[in-house]
Design a protein around this ligand. Sequence first.
Ligand SMILES: Nc1nc2c(c(=O)[nH]1)N(C=O)[C@@H](CNc1ccc(C(=O)N[C@@H](CCC(=O)O)C(=O)O)cc1)CN2
Ligand SMILES: Nc1ncnc2c1ncn2[C@@H]1O[C@H](COP(=O)(O)OP(=O)(O)OP(=O)(O)O)[C@@H](O)[C@H]1O
Length: 200
Amino acid sequence: MSTESSGKAAKATLRAELLEARRRLTADDAQGAAAVLAERAIGLGELTGAGTVAAYVSVGREPGTRVLLDALHARGVRVLLPVLLADNDLDWAAYEGAERLVRAGRGLLEPAGARLGPEAVLEADAVLLPGLAVDGRGMRLGRGGGSYDRVLARLAHARVQPPLVVLLYDHEVVARVPEEPHDHLVHAVVTPSGVRRFTA
Ligand SMILES: Nc1nc2c(c(=O)[nH]1)N(C=O)[C@@H](CNc1ccc(C(=O)N[C@@H](CCC(=O)O)C(=O)O)cc1)CN2
Ligand SMILES: Nc1ncnc2c1ncn2[C@@H]1O[C@H](COP(=O)(O)OP(=O)(O)OP(=O)(O)O)[C@@H](O)[C@H]1O
């Protein structure tokens, strides 16, 4: 078996375990974590000077981003949110408040405003990306759609290097995330117990 296919299989196994663990979280667990995560994330140096932040709307038992989105929006930061395209690539639109979010496919909430195009993410001064796990190198495991792999490839191609930050639960910082050649490292992870930065 090639390194690539074994990485893919190992990712699928770890992804299933972590999604199952998230499903077991109670609403109270999730709400408690979201409040602490928001407080930590709002104070991040990576976000304090940012004029534009690319983020996402947490759904289900994902580590909560809603309080953070409102705090950034209230601070005058331009917050870009993803819009899932048919091929799993991401378009972007500005966050205009919770009342301007609409239900989309796959349980997602997406911004109702004008689509800015997939290249809009290149304007972000920091990128908050979803994940299921990260390891001590900053290797991230996503949902497997490859959406953020494409975002990260697009940033690398344009030679822009905004800080890449993942919000996770504590147990999702793991010893090792299986990797494939297309994977990119992130710079920091925020969990309820703290912030960890990775140096390449
Ligand atoms: N909140 C959020 N928004 C995001 C992402 C994400 O991971 N989280 N994405 C990251 O790339 C993109 C959307 N990609 C997605 C890919 C797969 C599934 C998915 O498998 N959903 C399940 C139902 C939800 C669940 O229980 O997990 C499904 O369709 O069966 C969802 C979003 C862009 N927006
Ligand atoms: N730059 C790219 N362009 C198009 N497809 C890509 C790119 N990078 C990776 N992919 C494809 O996306 C699929 C999912 O990759 P992977 O399992 O690494 O996703 P992930 O990083 O866990 O998820 P996500 O990026 O959505 O958070 C793979 O089949 C991979 O070949």
